[in-house]
Design a protein around this ligand. Structure first.
Ligand SMILES: *Cc1c(COP(=O)(O)O)cnc(C)c1O
Length: 371
């Protein structure tokens, strides 16, 4: 038995003909960059999310960068974010010569802690970038209230949370700007790089649309200095096909999560493995199914040797990364994050994971703990 941590081929086989026809159609029309397939996807995803505008861009990283650029965050500014996320969330701040300020996370959901944000606000703070980690929306209402009180902008990094809801509202729609990634391993994955910025604000939409194409507002007329960060036609076509299946796949992931919970309990593994916490009002889409495990590194080695998947998101906190040394953080500064880095373990989860595969994963864990 082999259980890959991620199985792109299993999904591909279920939609192969439709996907290949959509790609070939773009190639035959030669509408490689933006064009009708991207416009169609932008309209569909805006409707799906319940937002006024969706702007297709080249990646989730660029979605974040464009959002900060649109807010004119730059040198001398601070932006508060979580140290327990993919690098891009903080990288975009530093790239604009602003200062990333890290606030610690909650131990239950691993999302940024609102009390920690409060303590991190200074006169220079301009923006907060919460992340909906692993597919569960952060405490967005409290963050919005705090931001309003201090006159700060919020950019929601929903790169891992497409289709998740909180109190009935979609991830990525809680603030002026929402960012998504269509990196192939994400729940809605392109056949290459892709990303999205969402907003209900007409002015922001106009700026983001311009900034993704060198700040151009009319033919060869540049109002701002922007990027080359346009979505490709092939990706728009692929994403339109996959969007139709997204909720079905999310339902499959939720069923697998519920089954992990049952199997782990039945195996008597609760003293070794802490299950993910889902807050009241949250609908998790399980981009990752992440547990806390005793002797995590040994367990991971055991699982990988047995071909039972396993991965760590994230092994090193951002505040201790070599590139952020200049910020002056030390070990012990953000203890909840540092502890999570040592304990979290992602188990394989995707809609096509079979019963047998899932049992094999749990049996492998059981075997490790000698149960
Ligand atoms: C994937 C991801 C990104 C970056 O997206 P790319 O499309 O890979 O550039 C940003 N933030 C988070 C939380 C992510 O998971």
């Amino acid at each position: 038995m082999k259980v890959p941590q991620l199985d792109l081929d299993a999904q591909y086989q279920t939609i192969k003909d439709e996907l290949e026809a959509a790609i070939l159609d773009v190639v035959r029309r030669h509408s490689y960059i933006l064009g009708p397939a991207v416009e169609k996807f932008e309209n569909e995803i805006a409707r799906y999310l319940g937002v006024k505008h969706a702007v297709g861009v080249s990646s989730g990283s660029d979605a974040l960068l464009l959002s900060l650029m649109a807010l004119k965050v730059g040198e001398g500014d601070e932006a508060i974010t979580t140290p327990f996320t993919f690098f891009a969330t903080a990288g975009c701040i530093a790239r604009l010569k602003a200062k990333p300020v890290f606030a610690d996370i909650r131990p239950d959901t691993y999302n940024i802690d609102v009390e920690a944000i409060k303590k991190a606000i200074t006169k220079r703070t301009r923006a907060i970038i919460p992340v909906d980690l692993y597919g569960q929306v952060a405490d967005m209402e409290d963050i919005a209230a705090l931001a309003d009180k201090h006159g700060l902008a919020v950019i929601e990094d929903a790169c891992q949370a497409i289709g998740a809801r909180r109190n009935g509202r979609m991830a990525g729609t809680f603030s002026i700007l929402g960012c998504f990634s269509f990196y192939p391993s994400k729940n809605l994955g392109a056949c290459g790089e892709g990303g999205l910025v969402t907003t209900d604000d007409d002015g922001m939409m106009r700026i983001i649309r311009a900034l993704r194409a060198h700040g151009m507002t009319a033919s060869y007329h540049h109002e701002w200095v922007g990027l080359n960060a346009r979505m490709h036609g092939i990706q728009g076509a692929v994403l339109s096909v996959k969007l139709k299946y997204l909720d079905r796949w999310a339902k499959g992931r939720r069923e697998i999560a519920a089954k992990y919970e049952r199997l782990i309990r039945e195996a008597g593994l609760n003293e070794f493995i802490a299950l993910p916490a889902v807050l009241k009002g949250n609908e998790h889409i399980y981009h990752q199914y992440v547990v806390r495990a005793r002797r995590r590194d040994e367990l991971l080695a055991h699982m990988q040797k047995a071909g039972a998947g396993g991965a760590i998101y994230y092994p090193e906190p951002l505040h201790l990364q070599p590139c952020f040394k200049y910020l002056g953080y030390k070990k012990g500064d953000l203890p909840v994050t540092e502890r999570a880095c040592k304990e979290v373990l992602a188990l394989p989860i995707y809609a096509e994971l079979t019963d047998e595969q899932q049992r094999y994963v749990v049996d492998t864990i059981k075997d490790f703990y000698g149960k």
